[in-house]
Every structure is written in structure tokens, then in C-alpha cells.
Design a protein around this ligand. Sequence first.
Ligand SMILES: [Zn+2]
Length: 205
Amino acid sequence: MTNLDKLIKHFERFPGIGGRQARRFAFHVLTLPDADVTEIAELLTNLQSSVIECSRCHRFFSKNDGPTEMCSICTDGNRDRSKLMVVERDTDVQSIERSGIYNGLYFVLGGTIPLLESAESNKLRGGALKASIDAQITEDLTEIILGFSVNPDGENTGRYVETLLKEHIAEHNLTITQLGRGLSTGSELEYADPETIKNALKNRS
Ligand SMILES: [Zn+2]
């Protein structure tokens, strides 16, 4: 396999990227000035060591934020600790933060469970979610919001989380809600505009 083929294979594994796009990316790299290629290579090499995974919500944050194990959202004393929103991935947190309407905490589950896959075979952070909820219960948690995309995988993941947290919900009298159907069917949270997210949050049930 040539270096070009190997690069194409890597791009193909990126989320949402097909073979044709992967080839376009690789050929685009060939046309870039040397300085750009060097910068991209350095960024890729250093990216993982320049971020930390928050010990509480598990989103990635830049080490420049300070010498802490928790991100700026989890350590913010002005956030509403009665609410925890569970989302698929880091980019969902960014989308919701941009909407500016949500002031609770988050938990990044790390993906979804495809409809035909069993929960056991997934690599989601179920155990870590329980631990974060235990921590937040001591801070007066009352509501868990399922912030998943409106598609079969998102709905399946919602059911998984509800089952996973059954005992927590019963024992601590927690309310579990889902983002309202303002999000159109099949839409990914990541691509929803701020106004849509505002409505989905307002209409949660
Ligand atoms: Zn955090």
C-alpha cells in the first residue's frame, strides 16, 4: 500500500466521510504548501497530549485551561447542578453551549448504540455516567435530560440510559426527560441551529 493509499484509508475512518471524500482530502493534501503540511502533521502529533478528558463529564478540554482534572463547565460554580444532560459526543456539548439557553452540567457518553447492537458490546461510558450522577446527587441533582439525536440509534441509546439508571432514578426520585421534538426526525443534534436547540430544550418532556 502506498502512503497515499494509507492516508486515504485513515480519512475513510473519519465520521461521516466516505471513500470519495477521503480521496479528495488526500489529493488536497498533495496540493498544500509544505508549511501547511508540516503544521497539520504537528497538530495531529500533539493534539492528544494537549487535551485532557474531564474526569466528571468526560469531554475533552485544552490543558491551557489550567491544572485541573475537571473542565471549565464542571468547575463553574454558577452552573445549575440540578440538571445533567447526557449527550453522544463532545460536538453536541458545543452545539448546546452555542444556543446559550442551557446552564446545567453535561455527560458525554461517547457514542450511540446502533439499533441492532446489544448494549454489552458497546464501548460507551455507562459506568462513568453512574459515577458522575452519584457525584451530582450530592449537589442536588433532580433532572437527567437525554440529549440524543432524533433517529433510531439515538432513541435506542436513550432507552439504554434509562435502563442503566433505573435504580438511581427510583432511589433518588430523579426526573428523566428527552429533548422535545422541535428537533426534526432524523436530525443530528450536532447540526441543529441554536434556535432549534432552544425549542427542543423548552419542549422537553
Ligand atoms: Zn467536565
